[in-house]
Design a protein around this ligand. Structure first.
Ligand code: ADP
Length: 388
């Protein structure tokens, strides 16, 4: 008997990515882009072969929810009689209560909608396909997997802001994000880096969004993102850590909240600093001084915050680089490791240039590793195990 299949959905403002898993094997990957503008779909088999994509042009979906509805009949056909047992969704915010994935009910969706102001770029789009599938197909089990859940092990001293304490009780606290990525890395570390897995490891998830996580024996002890996914490191278009007085100053100057939100989320970070691009490949290929400067600022903040994460754990045994930049950009990894040499980090330049799995030199006190992350597989595993 073949196992029932699990779908994984990761929805953003204008795109919906979907995958089908049979156990840990990915059978299908696809994407609908340009939702609300000019939708276009593509799909590939697990082995990378292009497949005839679903039709999203006859009745163009205007939301990620409509995109999922448009996809379901195509999926049924593609599955050729095999059963889709459940869909697991990436949901950016689970609030203070959820330390694990949760089975979707209408009440859960309402609860999660209350966190939209905390993650305005992601949460509404994450919830849109969940709602659509609940309406169209209420018997299909769904599971919400939160980017915040993995960080609920962070000690309270590292979760609170030094604001009046009742504000923390009202939910104004650090949540942390990229939790599915960190959880996946923690789950594979005993296999890929056994010497450091039980120790103090900083995982650097450096992609378009970027954050660090202090892992002690596989549990999150601190992270750079906070109340929102805006805090911590500078990112593609997000500013990262900022003195809150800057926001007060901009308000006093007459800028309104939506304009400040657009500034901090969409016009800052690498894009704002360079004036060229939010994409590291563009910046690394550019000769413009401001492209180099933006990368220097990024590296400075990664190295400085890495030390802060080590401080939260009382030391450092390992560093793991992951996500688009962490897995591919050898020059960024080298610059971060050079800035962390004082903590006992010694790089093997050749291994680093080759994107090898272990990139620290023989004898380096701190083991440095490159581990590809797989948030979708983490969602598929959670969905399967939650449904028994
Ligand atoms: P997201 O947060 O959107 O999932 P990714 O983890 O895919 O992002 O990372 C995207 C970033 O990774 C982009 O800035 C991209 O330029 C960068 N990146 C991808 N491949 C490379 C590469 N070979 N060299 C340098 N940067 C890369």
């Amino acid at each position: 008997m073949t196992a029932a299949l699990v779908g994984v959905v990761n929805a953003g403002s204008s795109s919906l990515k979907f995958s089908i898993y049979d156990g840990d094997e990915c059978l299908l990957n696809g994407q609908v882009d340009g939702i609300g503008v000019r939708p276009a779909a593509k799909a590939r088999s697990g082995t990378g072969q292009a497949l005839p994509p679903p039709d999203v042009t006859t009745a163009p979906p205007a939301t990620p929810g409509e995109a999922l509805v448009a996809l379901l009949p195509w999926l049924q056909e593609w599955l050729a009689g095999r059963r889709l047992a459940a869909i697991g969704h990436r949901v950016v915010h689970g609030g203070p209560r959820h330390a694990a994935p949760a089975r979707v009910t209408p009440a859960l969706v309402d609860e999660l909608a209350a966190f939209i102001p905390l993650a305005p770029l992601h949460q509404p789009h994450n919830l849109s396909p969940i709602r659509a599938a609940l309406e169209r197909n209420p018997d299909l089990p769904q599971v919400a997997c939160f980017d915040t859940a993995f960080h609920r092990t962070i000690p309270e001293v590292a979760q609170v802001f030094a604001l009046p304490y009742d504000m923390a009780e009202r939910g104004i606290r650090r949540y942390g994000f990229h939790g599915l990525s960190y959880e996946y890395i923690a789950s594979v570390l005993p296999l890929v880096a056994p010497a450091v897995a039980g120790g103090r490891v900083v995982v650097a998830h450096l992609g378009n969004g970027a954050s660090l996580c202090a892992l002690r024996a596989g549990r999150s002890m601190a992270t750079t993102m906070g109340f929102s996914a805006l805090d911590g490191l500078p990112m593609g278009t997000r500013c990262g850590q900022l003195d809150p007085a800057v926001v007060l100053h901009l308000l006093a100057e007459g800028m309104d909240a939506p304009a400040i939100e657009a500034l901090l989320y969409r016009r800052s970070g690498l894009l704002g600093l360079s004036g060229i691009s939010s994409d590291f490949r563009d910046l690394l290929a550019s000769d413009e001084p401001r492209a180099r400067f933006a990368i220097e600022v990024f590296v400075h903040q990664v190295a400085r915050n890495l030390a802060s994460m080590a401080g939260a754990m009382g030391g450092l045994d390992g560093i793991v680089f992951t996500a688009g930049v962490g897995e591919n950009a050898a020059t960024i990894r080298a610059a971060v490791c050079r800035a962390c040499a004082w903590m006992g980090v010694e790089l093997d330049e050749a291994a680093n240039a080759a994107n090898a799995a272990r990139i620290s030199a023989e004898g380096s006190r701190v083991g440095v590793h490159v581990v590809p992350t797989d948030e979708n597989l983490m969602i598929a595993r959670h969905t399967r195990s939650l449904l028994g």
